[in-house]
Design a protein around this ligand. Structure first.
Ligand code: NAD
Ligand code: ZN
Ligand code: ZN
Length: 236
């Protein structure tokens, strides 16, 4: 693994300093005016980023106190990526906190409801219980892993195979699961799905996470994109 980049370096990589910020605009991180100092001046220290400094994100052009962005970054998993708190644009490569495990893929000829013209891709996720790392909500405490292996299904057509390749990228970036509290069971310190929906039933739809669902592939592509996983990742 590469040496972690200094938080200041990450902030300065994606924020361009602006001189004379608009007097009436607020910083949505600290809710202070951009023309007054960052609300994080007391809690976030930096030798090179001063509370008065304002920066604009290079692509989406949203502006914040640079110190506020530093505080936000330092609160996260410090993976070298930044996400605009205003429009959610991702800068760099966002990674998550999925515990270690295994992703297995196979195919079979039986078709899914709504995709009669092709076979099925089956993804099996294996994750076991373990001890939380520094990136998790309660470092040092155990986490449970319920209902594993988890079986998921995609139509084995062009779009389904594209989703599969993007899910492989998301798995590598640790974005498919996280450690937290399950909405379904209420259990905390457990492995849960993380904002990328999977179809865990194929010929029944008792949970609402099954087929048919004509919008599923488009929805999951949008959820992957929201995590920074797009077709561009496949060309690299
Ligand atoms: P969760 O309940 O916190 O939900 C997180 C996300 O996963 C939500 O977006 C939700 O819509 C989605 N989700 C919920 N149930 C799903 C399902 N059956 N298939 C696909 N997506 C689902 O997350 P969680 O606790 O990881 O998910 C709950 C699901 O996990 C259960 O319905 C079950 O399938 C499985 N599970 C099984 C056991 C077991 O002992 N067999 C225990 C816990 C969870
Ligand atoms: Zn601010
Ligand atoms: Zn933005």
């Amino acid at each position: 693994k590469a040496t972690p980049t200094e938080p200041e370096t990450v902030v300065k990589k994606y924020l361009e300093e602006v001189k004379g910020p608009p007097a009436d605009e607020d910083c949505i991180i600290c809710m202070e005016k951009l023309s007054s100092p960052s609300g994080y001046g007391d809690t976030c220290e930096s030798s090179t980023i001063k509370p008065e400094m304002v920066g604009r994100l290079t692509n989406c052009q949203h502006s914040f106190h640079m110190l506020c962005m530093l505080a936000m970054y330092s609160n996260g998993n410090k993976d070298g990526s930044l996400q605009c708190p205003s429009c959610k644009t991702i800068y760099g490569e966002k990674t998550g906190t999925q515990p270690k495990g295994k992703m297995e893929v196979s195919t079979f000829p039986q078709s899914l409801p709504g995709h009669k013209d092709c076979g099925t891709i089956q993804i099996v996720y294996h994750i076991s219980r373990g001890i939380q790392g520094p990136e998790h909500p309660n470092p040092g405490m155990p986490y449970t892993a319920r209902g594993f292996p988890r079986y998921c299904y995609l139509p084995d057509n062009e779009k389904g195979r594209k989703v599969l390749e993007l899910l492989r990228v998301a798995w590598k970036r640790r974005l498919i699961f996280t450690v937290g509290t399950s909405n379904t069971t209420g259990e905390s310190n457990t492995v849960v799905w993380n904002e990328i929906h999977h179809k865990t039933e194929m010929d029944t739809n008792l949970s609402g996470h099954g087929y048919p669902d004509p919008n599923y592939l488009d929805n999951v592509l949008a959820e992957l994109a929201a995590q920074g996983v797009t077709e561009d990742c496949l060309r690299q």
